[in-house]
Design a protein around this ligand. Structure first.
Ligand SMILES: Cc1cc2nc3c(=O)[nH]c(=O)nc-3n(C[C@H](O)[C@H](O)[C@H](O)COP(=O)(O)OP(=O)(O)OC[C@H]3O[C@@H](n4cnc5c(N)ncnc54)[C@H](O)[C@@H]3O)c2cc1C
Length: 314
């Protein structure tokens, strides 16, 4: 068997498939395409794509993963991912059901929300803004789940990490929910790779709800004007280097409009790559490498990826 064919072969045997089906029934799908689950609409199949709806199901799955040493990956809303055309070996876990809960608590000084990791950040920002959550505008318009936002420390002028009160995770070695205290950095955290965020409590200082809503609305309007939201994309591809903007450097390198296959550097925002026409992961990866090389050659700045590459690139 060739090396490429070997990388495409499922790592799950019949026994693993049967055990996963026993835990999740029809919510376990095998050889399932991942493109529909990413904002770029790109990505090959997962050996198993499993939808987990309770902490108990997740604990059972974590125990199986631990016992059988199975590779796995947790997918949020797929808005910061480039999934390889060869797909992902092992289990791809999607949280749903009780993990989508959003509960607001009474607190005189803060808007406090307990959010399941699969809850929508857009829904959370809308509901928190109407309660007068100061600072929520910094998270408005960021697509994705609360778990993905926490892993990425997503944000703009302020980041989600600044508002965290507690974080609960489940891991293969410690499958029941337990609290951790990660550190937060620019677009990443100290959360260990084996941790699935199960839920998070966020607290925002209380402010006037009309003012908060108006500020948030202005930010959403600005995003619509400055981001190519009509084409599938994954937001900013590169992190901003210290003291500069990746988009400014890419534009100055003359890369706007560059194309590889169906992937194109956006004319509107140079740090966005859009899927214009059936782009493959290879198209996007080639374009990203071209852009990065041009910026190094012209400005001596090595851009770092913000989007996560995952799976088999063929
Ligand atoms: C139009 C657009 C605009 C954007 N604007 C911004 C912006 O202004 N600021 C910003 O920071 N980002 C921005 N993004 C990027 C993206 O939306 C964020 O990074 C988002 O937080 C990712 O969440 P997700 O659920 O889609 O995660 P995914 O893309 O699914 O996953 C991202 C990473 O998080 C991990 N992950 C997901 N869920 C969990 C979990 N429950 N536990 C542990 N790890 C998990 C995944 O394994 C992966 O490593 C933008 C993206 C788009 C498409």
């Amino acid at each position: 068997m060739s090396a490429a064919a070997d990388m495409m072969r499922s790592v799950l045997d019949e026994r693993d498939r049967a055990t996963v089906t026993k835990i999740l029934g029809e919510r376990a799908r095998f050889d399932a395409p991942l493109a529909p689950f990413t904002s770029w609409k790109i990505g090959g199949p997962a050996d198993a794509l499993v939808q987990v709806e309770t902490t108990d199901e997740l604990a059972q799955l974590m125990r199986l993963i631990f016992k059988r040493h199975l590779p796995w990956f947790v997918l949020g809303s797929g808005s910061n991912l480039l999934v390889g055309d060869g797909g992902i070996r092992g289990l791809v876990v999607r949280l749903a059901g009780e993990f989508t809960a959003l509960d607001f608590e009474d607190d005189p000084s803060h808007v406090v929300v307990r959010a399941g990791a699969a809850s929508s950040l857009a829904l959370l920002t809308a509901q928190a803004a109407s309660r007068g959550a100061s600072g929520i505008g910094s998270l408005a318009g960021i697509p994705g789940s609360v778990g993905g936002a926490l892993r990425m420390n997503a944000g703009t002028d302020q980041e989600i990490g600044e508002f965290v009160r507690d974080v609960w995770v489940q891991t293969p070695a410690k499958p029941d929910p337990h609290a951790v205290t990660p550190q937060y950095f620019y677009r990443h955290t100290s959360l260990t790779r084996d941790a699935i965020v199960a839920r998070v409590t966020l607290a925002f200082p209380r402010a006037d709800s009309t003012a908060v809503r108006e500020e948030m609305q202005a930010r959403l309007v600005r995003r619509k004007r400055t981001q190519p939201l009509q084409f599938p994309n994954a937001g900013s591809c590169f992190r901003n280097p210290a003291g500069d903007k990746a988009g400014r450097l890419i534009e100055a390198a003359g890369a706007k409009g560059w194309r590889e296959g169906g992937a194109e550097v956006s004319d509107l925002h140079a740090n966005f790559i859009v899927n214009r026409e059936d782009a493959s992961a290879a198209d996007v990866a080639t374009l990203l490498a071209r852009v990065r090389r041009a910026v190094v050659e012209q400005f001596g700045v090595e851009l770092e990826l913000e989007v996560h590459f995952i799976g088999v690139f063929v």
